[in-house]
Design a protein. Structure first.
Length: 421
């Protein structure tokens, strides 16, 4: 079996010097108003005031390899792990602080960050933010020049990424402040159907290792890795969930995105070129690793300069690979990136949950829904009564044609009210 080279997300942009105060809010220039003779200018409403707040940098259980020491947020361990050394060809360490989400006093479409940090010898610090809409969280976006969302968000969450390219590198974050406002942006409607692409899947393995969101990989675990942090879900959440199916549609699994890889770490290939992090000249839906392997793109190498040995665009944990899809070797699969569209979502509170062809346990199993996965719900039907961890019910939720799960195992539903089928 050919396995992809695993890699953790590496922040490529660094901050130079020591005792830096980095303001990530761009300067603005106001143009002089144009005066039109004999025409009275229209009255415009003043722009809503910006909302600014300091971010608590306290370290909690959601954080990975960071600690607060001497008034600064630092890497807890700057030594490279086996995974990071093999992935990037050198000693690299990284850590992530996930901050608490803040409910805004008014909806916003832009969030800017002001970071006070000290870095030296190849250390880096970066801030990413995301916003909550009725349909769920947006993808994570860099806040360096202000993250702009195409729809208003009512909650904001940030994460701070620290990396060291050398064991001697130092990074210390003293403070972080965020500013949310609502400049004039064109609001885009949410897609009604999520994006789906056929990509090559490899098996993660690596039992006992730590994922990019802090998960310790378990035997026959159920999650996936994608080559960008933009769709990386926090630990024990399915905010970013994919549906991955065999190409004949016979088996599917709904699984959260808990790691970064394979090959690249800044390749959100499912996005259009206008927002794609890197490789903007590639067709939407084609991973850079696939282009490198099949067509010699980028000299046949990934973003780290490694020769790409397979076209993988998704990594599957062992349980997803063997039990969910019943694969025996690396294979092409159809991946649906569920957060790219609106609609009703149910949270699988207890899994892996059988996905059946009808509303009863006597129907055939078509696949699995992992614990914490956010599954789409089209409607519900009445079928066999099931007692589960959340309720006893005869309601079965239809996820797609020929795919049903018992509502007894769904901990929450958001995005609206589920209608009958």
């Amino acid at each position: 079996m050919t396995r992809s080279r695993r890699t953790r997300s590496v922040v490529l942009a660094g901050f130079l010097g020591t005792a830096l105060v980095v303001s990530l809010a761009p300067a603005t220039v106001s143009a002089a108003p144009r005066t039109v003779p004999t025409v009275r200018p229209a009255t415009t409403a003043p722009a809503p005031a910006a909302e600014r707040w300091p971010v608590d940098l306290a370290v909690t259980g959601d954080d990975v390899n960071v600690r607060w020491r001497d008034g600064r947020l630092r890497l807890a361990d700057s030594r490279p792990s086996g995974r990071t050394r093999a992935a990037a060809g050198g000693p690299i360490a990284e850590g992530t602080l996930l901050t608490a989400a803040r409910t805004l006093t008014r909806p916003a479409t832009r969030v800017r960050a002001a970071l006070t940090a000290e870095v030296a010898r190849g250390g880096t610090a970066q801030v990413q933010v995301r916003g909550w809409r009725a349909a769920g969280w947006t993808e994570w976006r860099d806040a360096a020049a202000g993250a702009v969302f195409d729809r208003p968000v009512t909650r904001v969450q940030a994460r701070v990424l620290l990396t060291a390219r050398d064991a001697r590198a130092t990074t210390g974050v003293r403070a972080l402040a965020l500013t949310a406002d609502r400049p004039g942006v064109r609001l885009a409607p949410l897609a009604t159907a999520p994006l789906t692409y056929r990509v090559y899947a490899t098996r993660i393995g690596l039992v006992g290792e730590q994922t990019a969101n802090g998960r310790i990989v378990q035997p026959r675990d159920h999650f996936v890795a994608l080559p960008s942090r933009r769709g990386l879900a926090p630990l024990n959440s399915g905010d970013y969930t994919v549906r991955v199916c065999t190409t004949n549609g016979g088996r599917c699994e709904y699984a959260p995105v808990w790691d970064v890889g394979p090959w690249n770490t800044r390749d959100d290939y499912w996005n259009p070129s206008s927002v794609r992090e890197n490789w903007k000249d590639l067709p939407q839906g084609r991973p850079e690793a696939q282009a490198a392997y099949q067509y010699g793109y980028n000299g046949g190498r990934d973003q780290f300069g490694r020769v790409v040995l397979n076209p993988a665009g998704v990594d599957l944990a062992d349980g997803t690979f063997w039990d969910g899809l019943r694969l025996t070797d690396n294979a092409w699969v159809d991946v649906t990136y569920l957060w790219t569209a609106g609609g009703l979502r149910g949270v699988v509170g207890s899994g892996p949950l059988n996905v059946r062809t009808g509303a009863g346990t006597g129907y055939a199993v078509r696949g699995l829904a992992a614990t914490y996965a956010h599954v789409p719900i089209q409607c519900y039907v009445i079928g066999q009564t099931v007692s589960g961890p959340y309720r006893t019910t005869s309601r079965w939720n239809r996820l797609a044609a020929g795919q049903y799960v018992s509502h007894a195992y769904i901990s929450a539903v958001y995005g609206g009210t589920v209608p009958p089928c």
